[in-house]
Design a protein around this ligand. Sequence first.
Ligand SMILES: CC1(C)c2ccccc2-c2ccc(C[C@@H](CC(=O)O)C(=O)C(=O)O)cc21
Ligand SMILES: [Zn+2]
Length: 324
Amino acid sequence: MAKEKKTFDLKEYPFPTEEIPRLNIDNPETEKRIAAGLPVVITDSGLVRSALHWDLDYLQGNIGDGKFTVYKSKNKKFQYFDDKKVDTFKDFEKPMEHLDLTFPEFVKKLKTAKPGKDKVYLQQALNEGVGKRIVADFLGFNWSWVTEQQKKNKFGALTSNLLLIGMEGNVTPAHYDEQENFFAQIRGYKRFILFHPDQFKCMYPYPTYHPCDRQSQVDFDNPDYKRFPKFKDVKGYETVVGPGDVLFLPMYWWHQVESLPDHGHTISVTFWYKAGPIGNVVYPLSPQQKVSMMRNLEKMIHQALNNTDEIPEFMQNMVLGRYT
Ligand SMILES: CC1(C)c2ccccc2-c2ccc(C[C@@H](CC(=O)O)C(=O)C(=O)O)cc21
Ligand SMILES: [Zn+2]
């Protein structure tokens, strides 16, 4: 009997979206979409079948007594920033704080957080430091399926499995990553809003040398259409993933991720893979290749000028009245 479609009371955004298909792991369409670099929610994959019993108590009792990377934000947004680029930006104020907490300290903060007060987000690579039962659960992941997908689609190496534990309402603002991602949901519900890499012109990412490289400058809750006029034309895709769902999130696809309010804390595990070899170049270049090219050119110009203040004028001189 088909699973009844769960409906959620989702916040409206000022752009249209289409549903991301939810397909069974055995549906031939599933692998076709992965091969085509299209997002798909894979149901019943069993990818993290051995972790579906994870909850805060079990993790606290088994994950080990080391320190965990936890981000704290004054509001619901957890805007990623690259620490290494912060010093090139004098007036950059960090959008969130990085704490190293034991698991019990994290759980206490999560459970005693008052609405409207600080929110926390645990983000920790699953590595040898964890307790032996977590290692056993990790080994119980459906590695044969995900490794088969890695090989069939010529992905590069698995780089990391991140354990993510977020509070309800946490938002990771729109950004893109340069890795392929199988995103496995273990507990709670996360809304994913995705945009095709060809929507780059509507998303206005920060400059590559900015600490928030790869993130959109547009505040979805209060878009500045004067600075970002093309955001009016953006078109997205969306879905809500729940326990047992796996979202294939292709490299360079923009995504904003929200732990649904009023649905409790969320537990997820990501499977990030490096890009595979390019192979022979096919023209016209794909949107992903054009984004990669723009990044390389921006970095070259930054290095050549050796002065970030000169970049805006240099870029404008190159295109205004010539290519505009
Ligand atoms: C916001 C946070 C905790 C963070 C802080 C500082 C540095 C990195 C990151 C980081 C990286 C990945 C995620 C998971 C996910 C978004 C989501 O599920 O919220 C996502 O974007 C993806 O799987 O690609 C979340 C984070
Ligand atoms: Zn991401």
